[in-house]
Design a protein around this ligand. Structure first.
Ligand code: GLU
Length: 293
């Protein structure tokens, strides 16, 4: 009995999604969203569409991806990608509540329902998939190192092996873990904060010798303060960015994946990039292949 119900819901979901996906563009007032879309009963899409509001977790301190500026709302590539998803849910843009979501809390706020999705330079990782699920990837970054403009001693992660130089990163991030492979003494060399702007300030103030995280985050800081900072060396990891959703919410994940794929072909992905992070010298590259699992 239970199986039959689940199967029926799944079939309805497939049908309703197909309709919603096809109908998305032909709606009137598409830019502002609309409550007139139909989604499968019991789906996350239906719940959000009925509520006509959504909570999106993103960063507030990362130029080009999610940074809260004078507008009072975060701006950036992650924010634009989230808006593409919200539009297809038929929710007006002004009904998005952006919630600041530092690296460390991302799995928590998804799992406990504080936010409905997370778009926050969020690397798709198997360990993270144990608690949440990912749509995407929609971008591939890579870990790099930012130093002071006049620094010539740090040229890559191997420069930390001598045990003297301090490097800053963020708790709960993949770069904070990765750099441990290179530093000689984690206790004295690795400085962790909750947000990257604190690392940037520590570098500027001379408390640390370097900041390590994804190249695109660092490029944003460099673009904002070229007199102070530069990149040291090449990317040394691959960081595919995904949209975090509740674990095993496969319908919602597929819905987002379809939107991402559509954005690759209709120009909205490239436009989102050109309007945001693309201004800071980062490369967009080809659209990454969506991982459907
Ligand atoms: N992409 C990496 C991660 O998800 C680093 C950037 C961040 O902390 O948001 O951990």
């Amino acid at each position: 009995m239970r199986f039959k119900r689940v199967a029926a819901v799944a079939a309805a979901a497939t049908l309703a999604f197909g309709l919603a996906a096809c109908g998305g563009d032909s709606e009137e007032g598409g830019d502002t969203g609309s409550g007139s879309k139909t989604f499968a009963a019991g789906s996350t899409m239906e719940r959000l569409n009925k509520a006509q509001k959504i909570k999106v977790g993103t960063k507030f301190d990362q130029p080009g991806f999610g940074q809260k500026g004078l507008s009072g709302k975060p701006e950036g590539f992650d924010v634009e990608i989230a808006k593409l998803i919200v539009k297809e849910l038929g929710i007006p843009e002004d009904k998005i509540e952006f919630v600041e979501t530092p690296s460390k809390v991302r799995e928590d706020v998804i799992a406990n329902g504080t936010v409905d999705l997370v778009a926050a330079t969020y690397t798709i990782k198997d360990e993270r998939k144990e608690r949440i699920s990912f749509a995407g990837p929609y971008y591939e970054a890579g870990q790099n190192i930012m130093v002071k403009k006049d620094d010539s001693a740090i040229t890559g992660p191997d420069s930390f092996k001598d045990g003297t130089k301090k490097v800053c990163s963020v708790t709960g991030s993949t770069p904070a873990e990765e750099i441990k492979k290179y530093v000689k003494d984690v206790a004295t060399q690795l400085v962790l904060f909750d947000t990257y702007d604190k690392c940037r300030d520590a570098l500027k103030g001379g408390q640390v010798d370097a900041v390590t995280t994804d190249n695109v985050i660092l490029l944003g800081y460099i673009a904002k303060d070229e007199a102070s900072f530069k990149m040291a060396g090449q990317n040394f990891t691959k960081e595919p960015y995904g949209i975090g959703v509740k674990k095993d919410d496969t319908d919602f994940r597929n819905f987002i994946n379809d939107i991402l794929e559509k954005s690759y072909s209709d120009g909205s992905w490239k436009k989102a990039w050109d309007d945001t992070a693309g201004k800071f010298g980062a490369e967009l590259g080809n659209p990454p292949t969506i991982e459907r699992y």
